[in-house]
Design a protein around this ligand. Structure first.
Ligand SMILES: C[S@@+](CC[C@H](N)C(=O)[O-])C[C@H]1O[C@@H](n2cnc3c(N)ncnc32)[C@H](O)[C@@H]1O
Length: 186
């Protein structure tokens, strides 16, 4: 399951790996983009369910029903994914974002089967020149929800489309050139 499905990358890999998948996103535009990105020919017989949904409230899903969570929430508000959708975490202040992530972690823990894994990709951000360690703040919320931490994977990123933009904005600072993939287990 990817409850922040965006343009559907996780579900594309899901399909190529012949697994079944569920994709949710609070923004109906993301669901349409994912549908179109998943419209490719393959012999894979995987079943993919995509629908509008809120990662803060997964009441459409039963307790202990999901085999693997692999997801990628917004990094606070550095990219805004909508203008005014309620509970879109990309529109939240830092406090509201962390409060929202607390609910995301609680729901992820509830729906995941015991002994199964939950992988969260998250990056730190810089505001007014200062680093906000968003990655570790998010990690702590998942630990508080009951998960144990199996791995912290560092994903390096160089030569991104937006690197030039950040270089201009960050004069006198190092560029943030990595993201984390936290692998938790229930
Ligand atoms: C970083 S993007 C995901 C990118 C994705 N990995 C991809 O392949 O494009 C974050 C997504 O979270 C969605 N989102 C924000 N708040 C949400 C919420 N409360 N519940 C579900 N989706 C949410 C946004 O609409 C956006 O599509």
């Amino acid at each position: 399951m990817d409850q922040f499905v965006g343009s559907g990358t996780t579900l594309i890999e899901t399909r190529l790996l012949e697994r079944n998948g569920i994709g949710l996103d609070i923004n109906p535009k993301a669901i349409n983009i994912s549908k179109s990105n998943l419209d490719f020919r393959t012999k894979s017989k995987s079943k993919i369910y995509l629908q509008e949904g809120n990662a803060l409230d997964l009441s459409i899903l039963k307790d202990n029903s999901i085999d693997l969570i692999c997801t990628h929430p917004p990094y606070l508000n550095i990219i805004k994914y909508s203008k005014s959708i309620t509970d879109d975490l990309s529109l939240a202040s830092q406090d509201k974002f962390i409060f929202g992530i607390k609910k995301v972690a609680k729901e992820a823990y509830r729906v995941l089967k015991r002994q199964k894994h939950c992988c969260i990709m998250m990056g730190d951000i810089r505001q007014k020149g200062n680093v906000i360690p968003l990655g570790f703040k998010v990690m702590q919320e998942f630990l508080d929800a009951g998960f144990v931490l199996k791995e912290i994977i560092i994903k390096e990123q160089h030569h991104c489309k937006s690197t030039k933009l950040w270089e201009k904005a960050n004069i006198n600072f190092l560029l943030l050139a990595h993201e984390y993939i936290f692998v938790f287990k229930k």
